[in-house]
Write a protein that binds this ligand. Structure first.
Ligand code: KG4
Ligand code: ZN
Length: 343
């Protein structure tokens, strides 16, 4: 089975051809990602209308490139898939209308895919990792822990009560005058920083359950910055290192709680989403997993952030698990929680 997939929910226009090979290394036949980061960087974040127009401008070329790199044509793929939500409505419409048109004209089944499901099945796209899993999904728009029993069977154990983890990285980066997206920028300069220089209180420590919160960390960072007369490069590095350390501590503390809350006591912990690219976070979770003697699976860095290969793979997983293809009448869903995923 070969799927042509399109992802356009935020600021990357991406198209991929993915197949259901037994060998994970052979599954991604192409994965073309055209990032709009440079376009949005000067605004310090994604501007939805500009994003939508940029998707329109490049989507046909991105699809052509994906087919060409895979050595496929529209008539040789079996399924066309697109992200239906959650995400920015303008971008979602561009991807969905394009995918539906291609599916209709070429008489192929169409699959409307939840973007979060794309992220959370990425570890299985890349490696042979069995269900059940405990998942930490941390991206620019979402942050939650979920027990994954199988394809389409996702129980939310806890989630952010305010910002997503990536959003916190982006906002703190903006306070420090660093470029969007903030996560990679903070991680880079944190390497030269002293993570013990600025003090933070770990959020939600006395609260049971595994919900998380980043607003207090953000406010504390603003206060730390305000306490300095000027902001030197060393100050920026120290704040970045201290901020990253508290975020990692908070997420890993709550990951331990999330594990205790699982019914299946899974042998696999997986991470997904843009923030899963963060090495400090990956190392901290590796430590927890080693002590618990369970496996830790994180996608390769390039597949943590938004891409169409994960959408194509989610389509394959759903079809293989017996879910039907989507009607061409299915609508975009700018808000689409993962536990409301099945029709
Ligand atoms: O999954 P993603 O590409 O898009 C969404 O679906 O939101 O995640 C993007 C987010 C951004 O907030 C970005 O700052 C963050 O992931 N991010 C990181 C790193 N790389 C990307 N955060 C921390 N450390 C990183 N290395
Ligand atoms: Zn994403």
């Amino acid at each position: 089975m070969k799927v042509l997939a399109i992802e356009s929910s935020c600021d990357e226009t991406s198209a991929a051809v993915v197949c259901d090979s037994e060998n994970p290394e052979n599954r991604i036949l192409s994965n073309v990602i055209k990032s709009q980061i440079a376009v949005h960087a000067k605004y310090g974040g994604v501007v939805p209308e500009i994003a939508a127009r940029n998707h329109i401008d490049v989507i046909d070329v991105v699809i052509e490139e994906a087919l060409e790199q895979a050595g496929e044509e529209l008539r040789t793929v079996d399924v066309v898939a697109a992200t239906a939500g959650p995400g920015l409505i303008g971008g979602l419409l561009v991807g969905m209308v394009t995918a539906k048109t291609l599916a209709m004209m070429n008489r192929k089944p169409f699959m409307a895919i939840n973007h979060l499901e794309g992220h959370l099945l990425t570890p299985r796209l890349c490696y042979d990792v069995e269900f059940p899993h405990l998942l930490l999904l941390a991206s620019g728009g979402h942050c939650f822990f979920s027990e994954i029993f199988g394809v389409g069977q996702y129980k939310i154990l806890g989630q952010s009560l305010d910002d997503a983890a990536g959003e916190a990285f982006d906002k703190v980066a903006k306070m420090l005058g660093l470029k969007y997206p903030g996560g990679p920028a903070i991680e880079r300069i944190a390497k030269n920083g002293d993570s013990s220089r600025f003090q933070y209180t770990i959020p939600m420590q006395r609260r049971s359950g595994c919900d998380v919160s980043f607003s207090g960390i953000k406010t504390a960072t603003r206060t730390h910055i305000a306490s300095l007369e000027t902001l030197s490069d060393q100050d920026r590095a120290d704040i970045s290192a201290s901020f990253q350390r508290i975020v990692v501590t908070h997420l890993t503390n709550k990951l331990r709680v999330a594990y205790q809350m699982t019914k299946s006591k899974p042998k696999n912990i997986v991470v997904a989403g843009g923030v899963a690219a963060n090495q400090a976070l990956r190392m901290a979770i590796t430590g927890i997993c080693d002590r618990k003697r369970i496996n830790f699976t994180a996608p390769p860095l390039g597949l943590c952030s938004d891409n169409a290969a994960m959408i194509g793979w989610a389509a394959i997983e759903r079809l293989r698990s017996g879910f039907a293809s989507s009607s061409l009448n299915v609508k975009t869903r700018p808000r689409w929680p993962i536990d409301e995923i099945n029709p």
